[in-house]
Design a protein around this ligand. Structure first.
Ligand code: CTP
Length: 398
């Protein structure tokens, strides 16, 4: 039996290309069901969709001829993945805001499997901050955005917003779905996000980490069959995979306790959190009132989680740390391999445009204890997560 793909079609001219996308999935052994919005059916017909997918189109939640099952739930359960192509600004807005007023947007809320979104719209619409913000939200919630490219648009202009060709969409999804199970039975511990160090009941010291890199690592490891423990500081990100056990913490001390408690049972430990190096020596019990011109908050060092796991780790455990540097990147990152006794250090440079905090993309260089280094290109954090795990696998199998 082939894998189950649900293709969601919203109302853009690129809907005609989705007919080819249905064919590509069918030809490659997938079972396909299609959900289309009423606007999409202005561009393509139910007859075409049903003939190509060899399944009944799901478009009307109140169809008098429907079966007695609750269709958006049964389709969501049936799906191994949802691919929305084309995704208009409107449907992206509904997805990001939890609006469920038609078959596709309702299905989206019910699906807890991987979701791929291929936007298609005029370039000004695509670059509009509202659309970009909605896409950012969807990335944080674990959706995969298949970025549009530049080219001739139906509105007569040329620009960014043209839906990726069906072949490219198919390849992205197919590669993802045919994921190996190379981490089956392995346990992976991942730390993610920032920590918040309280100063008083209303203030804290934090940092700009969004947690996305750690969440992408957790998803990628879970997809490869690993049982993942994800210890995360405060974040907007959400994890979708059932193999991920999430532990929410706030402070460096809480993260230290949870990670060290779990470390012993792990095969791979990836510390991607941006842990505060210092925390206030005393937390004021009441809000600090405005007084003198200068205020000094005494800070004390936090425990270094990576370094302490490095001290106790067994030879059969692979320990991966991150290094965030703004200067002397390579030397500093390599130094951390030794000072923290890590097997691999993943260097993010804040100097690379599009890499680091609050971006959906990253560019990393991975240094290994045996003196090798691997540099990635600037890619989505989901792809970078894959590369990090591929490198980890190489070392764990040695
Ligand atoms: N780390 C940790 N516990 C800490 C501080 C850092 O586990 N208290 C981990 C991070 O998760 C990361 C690695 O150590 O994997 C490196 O973090 P980074 O902030 O780059 O380095 P620091 O050790 O904090 O050193 P510096 O800030 O001086 O560069």
């Amino acid at each position: 039996m082939g894998k189950h793909i649900v293709i969601g079609i919203s109302g853009g001219i690129a809907a005609y290309k989705s007919m080819h996308l249905i064919r590509l999935f069918k030809k490659n052994g997938y079972e396909v069901r299609v959900t289309a919005t009423q606007n999409a059916l202005q561009f393509v017909t139910p007859l075409t969709i049903e003939t190509l997918s060899q399944n009944k189109l799901y478009t009307d939640m109140f169809d008098p001829n429907r079966t007695l099952e609750v269709e958006h739930i049964s389709v969501a359960d049936w799906a191994d993945a949802l691919v929305v192509a084309p995704a208009t600004a409107n449907i992206i807005g509904k997805f990001a805001n939890g609006i469920a007023d038609d078959a596709l947007s309702t299905l989206f809320l019910a699906v807890n499997k991987p979701v791929f979104i291929a936007p298609a719209m005029n370039s000004n619409m695509f670059e509009n901050p509202a659309v970009q913000h909605n896409l950012d939200l969807l990335v944080q919630r674990g959706c995969h955005i298949i970025q549009p490219d530049s080219g001739f648009l139906a509105c007569g202009t040329t620009g960014n917003g043209r839906m990726r060709e069906p072949e490219e969409i198919f390849e992205t999804v197919d590669e993802f779905m045919s994921d190996d199970h190379t981490l089956e039975g392995k346990r992976v511990l991942i730390s993610a996000g920032p920590t918040y160090e309280p100063i008083d009941p209303v203030r804290f010291i934090g940092n700009h980490s969004s947690g996305l890199m750690g969440f992408c690592l957790a998803e990628a490891a879970a997809r490869k069959g690993a049982l993942v423990s994800l210890v995360t500081g405060p974040t907007q990100c959400s994890a979708r995979h059932h193999n991920i056990q999430r532990y929410d913490v706030k402070t460096a001390e809480e993260m230290y306790r949870k990670c060290t408690e779990l470390a012993d049972q792990q095969d791979i430990i990836i510390m991607s959190a941006a842990v505060a190096d210092y925390t206030p020596a005393h937390v004021a019990p009441e809000k600090i009132k405005k007084g003198e011109e200068n205020l000094t908050v005494e800070l004390v060092k936090t425990k270094d989680i990576l370094a302490s796991i490095g001290k106790t780790k067994r030879d059969d455990q692979l320990l991966i740390g991150f290094a965030l540097e703004t200067e002397n990147e390579f030397e500093n990152a390599k130094k951390k391999l030794h000072t923290k006794n890590a097997d691999l250090i993943v260097l993010n440079s804040l100097r690379t445009k599009g890499a680091g905090f609050r971006t959906a993309t990253n560019q990393v260089t991975i240094f290994s204890k045996d003196g090798q280094s691997f540099a990635s290109e600037l890619k989505s954090k989901q792809e970078i997560a894959q590369e990090i795990l591929q490198t980890a696998l190489h070392y764990i199998h040695q």
